[in-house]
Design a protein around this ligand. Structure first.
Ligand SMILES: Nc1ncnc2c1ncn2[C@@H]1O[C@H](COP(=O)(O)OP(=O)(O)OP(=O)(O)O)[C@@H](O)[C@H]1O
Ligand SMILES: [Mg+2]
Length: 281
């Protein structure tokens, strides 16, 4: 559905490429996540794909057609949730949605959409009186008011409280169920882990690792098991390999009361630090 090959992009007036020859493919119905520190180039790649930036080299293709050759129907097919909400502040939430609906040949009921993100009571409130989280939720539903097949969501849960973040993630999972192709960027590793079929770690315009979260976690795992026993403060750590023949482990589990026992799977945060040597922004 989305194909990028050897993509290079340098912002006008700068001499270092923001995107440094990256390649990836997103299949139809897949949720693909870009993870990476601030300034890595995540938003830049999305902007190229929804035609906000031109002058790149390499291939950027959507639905079998180069982005630069897409015609007006392109914007019926894709939905964009920008990083920073850009609403008409003097208009109400409902007026904002109605305004955007007019650009499309068909659209969903704005009041129903507001309800899905808990904003039905605020439909007639001016957006200037909205909190940051309310603006984010409005920004999110606006991105798919025309029921597009492909969604670009730039940090959809950024700055949301846990309840609203959960609501947005459930809607994203629901959109995935409907077969939508979704390209998200996020700093929230837990969200990426939960939502994404594939994640790519982007650092300084380069993809440093890309796979299913589960595969990455296995690949980067220390393959150890950590055991805590009653009345002891220190943890015991054993390699998973040949654990059944590890006498020290067997003696421990036979003779002591076990409080906790966990295999030490790497988290996406751990992987990020290992892959890039940087901490998350
Ligand atoms: N309009 C612009 N002109 C020049 N350089 C830019 C412009 N927009 C972004 N950049 C640079 O391109 C690089 C990538 O920026 P981008 O916005 O894609 O990062 P990001 O990964 O989305 O970061 P964040 O997580 O903070 O949103 C950065 O070094 C940034 O300074
Ligand atoms: Mg960004």
């Amino acid at each position: 559905m989305i194909k990028v090959k050897d993509l290079i992009y340098t912002y006008p007036g700068t001499n270092k490429p923001a995107i440094n020859k990256i390649s990836f493919t997103i299949e139809k119905g897949e949720v693909f996540g870009f993870l990476g520190p601030s300034g890595a180039g995540k938003s830049t790649v999305q902007k190229i794909l929804f035609k906000l930036l031109s002058g790149y080299s390499g291939l950027a293709e959507i639905d079998g057609k180069a982005v630069k050759d897409q015609d007006k129907t392109f914007y019926e097919k894709i939905g964009v949730g920008f990083e920073l909400p850009n609403h008409y502040l003097k208009l109400t939430a409902l007026e904002n949605l109605n305004f955007f609906r007019n650009f499309y040949s068909s659209s969903q009921d704005p009041l129903l959409m507001l309800k899905t993100v808990g904003l039905e009571k605020d439909a007639n409130k001016k957006v200037s009186d909205f909190s940051k989280g309310m603006k984010m939720r409005l920004n999110f539903i606006r991105s798919f008011i025309h029921n597009p097949d492909i969604l670009f969501l730039d940090e959809p849960t950024s700055g949301l409280d846990p309840v609203n973040s959960r609501i947005i993630k459930d809607i994203i999972l629901d959109l995935k169920q409907q077969g939508k192709t979704i390209f998200i960027t996020t700093h929230q590793m837990h969200d990426a882990d939960e939502l994404c079929d594939t994640v790519a770690f982007l650092v300084d315009g380069n993809i440093m690792a890309m796979d299913k979260p589960q595969n990455l976690k296995l690949q980067y795992s220390k393959r150890t098991v950590e055991v805590m026993v009653e009345n002891e403060l220190t943890k015991h750590e054993f390699f998973l390999n040949d654990l059944g023949n590890n006498q020290e482990f067997i003696t421990l589990v036979r003779n002591k009361t076990i409080n906790t026992i966990h295999s030490k799977e790497a988290s996406l945060d751990d992987i990020f630090i290992q892959v890039t040597g940087k901490t998350l922004a």
